[in-house]
Every structure is written in C-alpha cells, then in structure tokens.
Design a protein around this ligand. Structure first.
Ligand SMILES: [Fe+2]
Length: 253
C-alpha cells in the first residue's frame, strides 16, 4: 500500500528546520513530499533550501515570497521586504555567476500557483487567490461570506499554508487547531480546508517546525524541534535581514 503524502509549507530559507523535517519524514515511509510554497524569504539560506526542495518534492507550488522574487515585494512590510531582497540578491543569476544559479532561478520562477489531485486542491493561500489570500481563524466569525466562497471552490478537501498557523476549517463547522484535535483530523462528509503549518517560521506559539501527513482518511500534524540558535546566528552574521526575523523563531510568532 502506498504511504501517506508529506506536506511541507513556508520553509522560508530555514535549512536547519527543513533538514530536521526531512529526517522525520524519512523515518515514516511516505510515498511523496509536496511543498505548498514560500521556499524563500525571512531566513538566511535560500539556495540550499531551494536545492533540497527541488531534489525531494514531487509537487512544488508558488508562495507569495517566491512570487515576490520576480514580481517585487512592494506590498510586504519593511522587514519582510528587506529579507526578501537579501534573499533575491543571494539567488540572482548573472553573467559571471555559476550556471546552476540560472537553473535554480528559472525553476523558482516556473512554479505553478495550484494543483488538483483527485478530490484534493493544493494551494499556498486560498482557492480564490492561490498565491496571496490569507485565510485566518477570525474569518469564520468576521468573514462568513469569504469562507462560503472558499468552500464553494473546493472539491472535497483543500490544503494550504501561508498563515503559518496549522489547523482545519470545516464547512459549516468553524475552525480547530491540532492541539484541540489531538494532532489529527479524520475526514468526514463535510468539506475541509486544512493548513499544514510552517516548517521554517511557525506562528502558533510552538517553536518546533511543523508539517503534515495526508492519509486517505485523515491528516496528521507533526512537530520537529531543530537547532534554532544556529539559524539565528546565520541571520545575524548576514546583516541584510532584520534581527526580528531571528527573534521571532524563539517566540513562535
Ligand atoms: Fe509564508
């Protein structure tokens, strides 16, 4: 029998977190690894993170940070924009740079915004705007029309990232976090829109890297501790990335 599919998202140039997550995934007999975008931005090592994703993932989608490398980061806050521009400078190809840089750059530019496999839609943000729209827990109460439109556009299931907050939205049933669910959600008859959390910059108060395993009948969230201090040291050595990007990793927000 084929194993589950591992879902990773929002790696944000954090090689320590991604390496730890792949070590965990490799111990679990998965059939594939899919990446839901935001490979770059915020963190110190875009190139090795891109290379690892290219070599290990059979589906890779475009996140808003990947997109901003080419489209510009004018709509980002100043700290996110500065980190993105530092990342772009690191990966940018050029006449006197190695050819591998051009291949990496072209690959990042070629990513699709969404994919559908069977009755599951895969996006970074939402079915309405797959690269940029945020779907937040507060939308259940404050934007019911938005949630209704999102569920209308979903086949039975959707998986996404972008907010860095793992959890599940159930059609007509509100939102629940992995903690509230005991780490897994068993699919019912209602449509579900599931956030797989963030590998490289969790924002749900838990500093461990987060990823998910998609089984036929359920999704499970897994947390993986990694060497946060090592990433922080790399960010601080770089300059060009604000210290808040290092600090937030130990705050989980
Ligand atoms: Fe992100």
């Amino acid at each position: 029998m084929a194993g589950p599919i591992a879902l990773i998202s929002d790696l944000h140039s954090n090689l320590e977190a991604l390496t730890a997550v792949f070590r965990d995934i490799d111990a679990r007999r998965v059939s594939d690894v899919y990446c839901l975008g935001d490979i770059v931005g915020y963190g110190p090592e875009p190139e090795p993170v891109i290379d690892l994703v290219r070599s290990r993932c059979s589906m890779v989608l475009r996140g808003n940070h990947d997109d901003a490398v080419f489209a510009g980061a004018e709509d980002f806050n100043p700290i996110a924009r500065q980190a993105l521009e530092t990342n772009r400078e690191m990966i940018r190809p050029g006449l006197f740079k190695p050819a591998a840089k051009r291949a990496r750059w072209n690959w990042l530019q070629s990513l699709e915004p969404s994919e559908r496999r069977g009755d599951v839609l895969f996006v970074h943000g939402s079915p309405r705007d797959p690269v940029r729209e945020y779907v937040m827990k507060s939308d259940v109460v404050f934007a019911p029309q938005k949630m209704e439109e999102i569920f209308q556009r979903l086949p039975r299931l959707g998986v996404f990232g972008h907010t860095h907050q793992p959890g599940v939205f159930v059609e007509g049933g509100g939102h629940a976090t992995p903690e509230e669910l005991g780490g897994r959600y068993v699919f019912g008859r209602q449509k579900a829109f599931i956030n797989v959390g963030s590998v490289g910059q969790p924002r749900d108060g838990n500093v461990a890297a987060c990823y998910a395993l998609l089984h036929d009948d359920r999704i499970e969230w897994w947390r993986v501790p990694y060497d946060i201090a090592a990433v922080q040291a790399k960010i601080r050595r770089l300059k060009g990335i604000d210290d808040l990007c290092a600090e937030r990793l130990v705050l989980g927000r």
